[in-house]
Design a protein around this ligand. Structure first.
Ligand code: SIN
Length: 189
């Protein structure tokens, strides 16, 4: 699948008659909220784990030197904590452009912190997209992040802001925190 997913996403869902829909964010959508929303609540989705396995050629890297950003991989028993936003469907006209480098919208059930549930959408970059980089040792991921920068800023800022946001949400994400430790260690040595 081509890395530019705008047209794929526009064909995926018919929002006719829908006033508002929940969007689950687990990466930059937690802390970079440059879109209007009606309501926001901490939430989690089950069976998915956050991984810095997606390449960023347009935000935190360049086509020649991609950065690394998060996607979700299926992992039975895993719980991914993030932030859910109730948005008007027209917000996806903007978000599909922002998330165009490999992310497709999927339906997902989500659980709010008070135990209630809702159905909504989540952007996931699957392994068959051209920008996918895949698994690598966490120190190597940290080194790539330390060296990368793109139109949205340094890749390290993406990682550090995400790690801070996850701490605020009291989310356990050993993968993100391990990469953060490597990155901070390499910066101070
Ligand atoms: C998300 O935040 O939910 C998707 C990945 C990203 O934009 O960082």
């Amino acid at each position: 699948m081509s890395a530019n997913t705008i047209e794929h996403n526009r064909r995926r869902f018919d929002f006719d008659g829908v006033d508002a829909i929940w969007l689950f964010g687990y990466g930059s959508l937690i802390y970079k909220v440059d879109f209007p929303f009606l309501e926001r609540r901490p939430a989690s989705i089950q069976g998915w784990a956050r991984r810095f396995w997606q390449g960023s050629h347009d935000h935190r890297g360049t086509p020649e030197a991609p950065g690394r950003v998060v996607t979700l991989i299926e992992q039975p028993g895993a719980l991914c904590k993030g932030m859910a936003y109730r948005v008007s469907p027209n917000v996806f006209e903007y978000l599909d452009v922002r998330e165009k480098n490999g992310y497709l919208r999927f339906r997902t059930p989500m659980t709010f912190d008070n135990g209630s549930h809702a159905e909504g959408l989540v952007y996931i970059a699957t392994a068959d997209n051209e920008a996918y980089l895949g698994e690598a040792p966490e120190p190597a991921i940290a080194a790539q992040i330390a060296a990368s920068s793109g139109p949205s800023g340094p890749n390290s800022e993406y990682l550090l802001r995400l790690a801070d946001s996850l701490r605020q949400l009291e989310a356990d994400c050993p993968h993100t925190f391990a990469i953060e430790v490597c990155l901070r260690g390499s910066a101070s040595s």
